[in-house]
Design a protein around this ligand. Structure first.
Ligand code: NAP
Length: 259
């Protein structure tokens, strides 16, 4: 399917690996010019080089922490006027409700709620002025179905979800859509690290922990970054202009709900 976005320009945050990289790849495959970001320069440059070679699009890289004011300023300066924004950052660490202090919440809110909000505030006006824009926020299935050990994530992402629900409706009339993609378990470094945590907590091997987590998913497997990226590229396409303020679960059926 021609997504109709060849020649558009996208900022994809936290995209040297995992789900962000899957989104960058899928947008590049649709002919979108990219600005990619991550903290580690080496993996970022490697990912950008691979995408240039595979898809022949221009890729600008900015090695910076997207959750810091300085990092965001650097990224936004390099990005300039973009048509597509994919927000993403690392997720907060797991833990127990009684261990989280105010500082832990502030850090999680900064990374997974206030950073995407700041990026939207910076880039939405240009999109609205030009009469076209797409924003996709990578959040989590925990928005619909809490993951107890990820309370910091549950809290911060719920806040972002509320913001998007209202804001998406304020900008829709100017040709700009904002939607959230909610990953269930995907085969990335983050998932491997959570397998390790589960293994430690249950006194089993990481492979056993993975098998148990796979068995909890009706699809019987983890999702892939490629599948995730394809869904993101569709939400950024010309075909998705009537999809506003939605929360799309990509979880292999893990959240057991009718709606
Ligand atoms: P991942 O494989 O660990 O990749 C994270 C990517 O983000 C890397 O490129 C990393 O590069 C970059 N990054 C992390 N923190 C950053 C920061 N502060 N500034 C800029 N770049 C940053 O993670 P993932 O699995 O793709 O997860 C992406 C998001 O989806 C996370 O918020 C995660 O919690 C959420 N999620 C994932 C799953 C899953 O199963 N994978 C499920 C639900 C939710 P550097 O480290 O070099 O910066």
């Amino acid at each position: 399917m021609d997504l109709g976005i060849k020649g558009k320009r996208a900022l994809v945050c936290a995209s040297s690996k995992g789900l962000g990289r899957g989104c960058a790849q899928a947008l590049a495959a649709a002919g979108v010019e990219l600005v990619m970001n991550a903290r580690g320069a080496e993996a970022l440059e490697a990912a950008a080089a691979q995408i240039r070679a595979d898809h022949g699009v221009s890729v600008t890289t900015v090695a910076a922490d997207i959750t810091s004011d300085e990092g965001r300023a650097q990224v936004l300066e390099a990005a300039g006027a973009v048509d597509i924004l994919v927000t993403n950052a690392g997720g907060p660490p797991p833990g127990m409700w009684h261990d989280w202090e105010r500082a832990d919440f502030i850090k999680a809110l900064d990374a997974n709620m206030l950073t995407p909000i700041a990026l939207m505030k910076a880039l939405l006006p240009g999109m609205m002025e030009r009469g076209w824009g797409r924003v996709v926020n990578i959040t989590s299935q925990s928005v619909k179905s809490p993951i107890a050990a990820l309370g910091l994530s549950n809290s911060a992402r719920a806040g972002l979800t509320g913001y998007v629900a209202g804001t998406a409706r304020q900008v829709a009339g100017k040709g700009v859509t904002i939607n959230n993609l909610l990953p269930g378990i995907h085969d990335t470094d983050r998932a491997v690290s959570l397998d390790g945590n589960a293994a430690k907590a249950q006194g089993v091997t990481a492979a056993e922990a993975r098998r148990a987590r796979e068995a909890s998913i009706p699809a019987g497997r983890y999702g892939t970054a490629e599948e995730f990226g394809a869904a993101c590229a569709f939400l950024c396409s010309q075909h998705a202009g009537f999809i506003i303020g939605q929360n799309l679960l990509l979880d292999g059926g893990a959240v057991n709900a009718t709606l």
